[in-house]
Ligand binder design. Sequence first.
Ligand code: NAD
Length: 366
Amino acid sequence: MSKRVLVLPGDNIGSEIVAEAVKVLEAINRQRDLAIQLNWGVLGGAALDTYGNPCPQETLDSARDADAILLGAVGGPQWDHYGRELRPESGLLRIRSELELFANLRPAIMYPQLAGASSLKPEVVAGLDILIVRELVGGIYFGEPRGIRTLDNGEREGYNTYKYSESEIRRIGKVAFEAAMVRDKRLCSVDKSNVLEATIVWKDVISEMASDYPEVELSHLYVDNAAMQLVRQPKQFDVLVTGNMFGDILSDTAAMLTGSIGMLPSASLDQYGGGMYEPCHGSAPDIAGQGIANPLATILSVAMMLRYSLGSPDAAVIIEHAVSRVLDRGLRTTDIYTPGTEQVSTIAMGDAVVAELQAAELSMNG
Ligand code: NAD
């Protein structure tokens, strides 16, 4: 039976990196007869320009119809003058929320070939393999009431609401404990329960769940300490679970451990295994149109899509090996370049991954 993938390139570097990821997806589709059909749509600024809405109904309908979604990134200064509701980023929050993509998996893996590209000492990051599980459709990014109001004294005041219900915490906790069970069985829950009531409930619920997973060693850290530990001794972690805002920030920190945010894929899953796959980075307007963006995070997101939503874990491994071999060959986009390696464009990086897939197939058949 065929599988449908909705492709949403998004804005700025979104179309450049997605073009390379699609090349890789089409190559593996042909090689392995995966019967994947691609459909295209718009989200973010591109959708705002076409439909006057950053998340139009047409996109939501196609997304609901798809087995998985591949997204580039949205946003940019072109749309900064719009009010919050119309901003491209609101389109992204809306599609995540409408599709109930509550579980965001962000693996941060240090490819040994890139140890020199990290801003941390190689011995601190060598062999790093952590998974950040971020709650994606709750917390302060969605809590109501929210807004900007004018006080009696005439000054403006911005306000947001940070809340999590027990059921919201339980469903993301389950994903995190289960992820830990198939890894090193260590889970660290990150909160700020010394200050925020919402995270007192978070800590209580995650602690209660631990009795269902006796093999998992559960620990807790306040978010400020977690941020410090991530750069001090990141290899102490296996799986981290946290709410929407803390996860957003900590996963960008984790990105830099790996050398570049251009290396970090992500999966945002619903409870039925459907999901949206995108790099952890944004639309990088500062480098858009220059052909230098790193497409590997998006290509690795395709691998996650094959593993989690399209039932082809073998194809995922083949792509991950191809990426590793490209790095072995010394090919680097600007963000991961170090002296002695070869600097290549976005397109050349995508082509190199496809060439490695073809070489792997030839050696398998030969
Ligand atoms: P960003 O992630 O776009 O860029 C941060 C830095 O990383 C920039 O210097 C950029 O050049 C670099 N970078 C990012 N991706 C790269 C890649 N693939 N290769 C090489 N370098 C890369 O974050 P930002 O500058 O804070 O945000 C830019 C826009 O993206 C904003 O409009 C923001 O709202 C939006 N954004 C979107 C998403 C998303 O779509 N998921 C996530 C974060 C930010």
